[in-house]
Ligand binder design. Structure first.
Ligand code: ZN
Ligand code: ZN
Length: 304
């Protein structure tokens, strides 16, 4: 449902319409990408009364401006979760957290490497696979392969609906597959086209870094994950963190459209916010906790 795509609709009206939609589909969440790419990442997931942001990699004023344009109330944001310390995920965090007194969920290692000066009383760490509750939302982090100190992906559940935020991933690991299979919608990295990266101007070391096990997901890897592991109830796939130089939004849209099979394919832009998408659990999929049995050897491998 694309309330903000209706021409001439004011913000007040958008809010009203969203309330009506929510009343009609209470088993749902609202999501948007405020920005996605190596120039900044910020993803919004919320219900009717509260929301969280995953990462704050654009300025506080841009976050405010873009949320306002979408008719989203920033006062509903109750916490920010940080995936890792790379600048494109934290650059707006310090100001945002201070201005709105916003709690920040960030691990000790990520906080240390980020060099951010956050208010101590607002900082909380989190543990992989242990859900954190924010109002009626439940957020679970799990480790990912990326060249950062202590990187995580997140799944957010609420109102029987589950949304994944999966960017900055070198290798699609078992954890990712496990959680992807449970999502009604997902932000999934589709960073580069293999041929464009190979033939592009980047120095050899950078090409190796991007395509390496702790770099980024290629279009091919993302498509493989989608076609092999998408659940029947997935309704939206937001392809994210597209490279400016080694990818092309039209190419990604076309590639995934060919395999969409009913899933709405959206490209999350590196220049502006996407629409607000209304994700709902139409078939009451059972979202009771399904832990992944991870052996200690797999876990240590994940951090190797
Ligand atoms: Zn990034
Ligand atoms: Zn990164």
């Amino acid at each position: 449902m694309f309330i903000n795509n209706i021409a001439g609709v004011t913000n007040k009206r958008k809010l009203k319409l969203r309330k009506i939609v929510f009343f009609a589909f209470p088993m749902s969440l609202f999501i948007t990408s405020l920005n996605s790419g190596s120039n900044g990442n910020c993803y919004y997931v919320g219900n009717e009364t509260e929301a969280i942001l995953i990462d704050a990699g654009i300025s506080c004023s841009e976050i405010e401006k873009r949320m306002k344009r979408l008719g989203l109330n920033i006062q509903k944001v109750k916490a920010v979760f940080i995936s890792h310390e790379h600048t494109d995920h934290i650059s707006g965090l310090q100001t945002l957290s201070k201005k709105y007194n916003l709690p920040v969920y960030i691990t000790h290692a990520t906080h240390g490497y980020s060099r951010l000066k956050l208010q101590k009383n607002l900082v909380t760490s989190f543990t992989a696979h242990q859900p954190v509750t924010v109002g009626n939302l439940s957020i679970t982090a799990f480790p990912k392969f990326h060249d950062a100190a202590d990187p995580y992906s997140f799944v957010v559940s609420g109102n029987q609906t589950k949304v994944g935020v999966f960017t900055d991933i070198g290798t699609p690991c078992e954890n990712l597959i496990h959680h992807f299979k449970q999502c009604h919608a997902a932000f999934l990295e589709s960073n580069y086209d293999v041929t464009m990266l190979e033939n592009g101007r980047y120095p050899y070391f950078l090409k190796k870094r991007i395509s390496g096990d702790k770099g980024h997901l290629s279009n091919k890897q993302a498509l493989e994950l989608f076609t092999m592991h998408r659940p029947s109830f997935m309704s939206h796939l937001l392809l994210s963190h597209l490279s400016k130089n080694n990818n092309c939004p039209k190419l990604v849209q076309q590639l995934f459209n060919e395999h969409a099979d009913g899933v709405k394919i959206i490209i999350a832009s590196r220049y502006e916010e996407t629409a607000v998408y209304h994700i709902h659990n139409s078939d009451n999929t059972d979202l009771s906790i399904k832990p992944l049995l991870t052996t200690s050897s797999q876990l240590s491998f994940a951090f190797a």
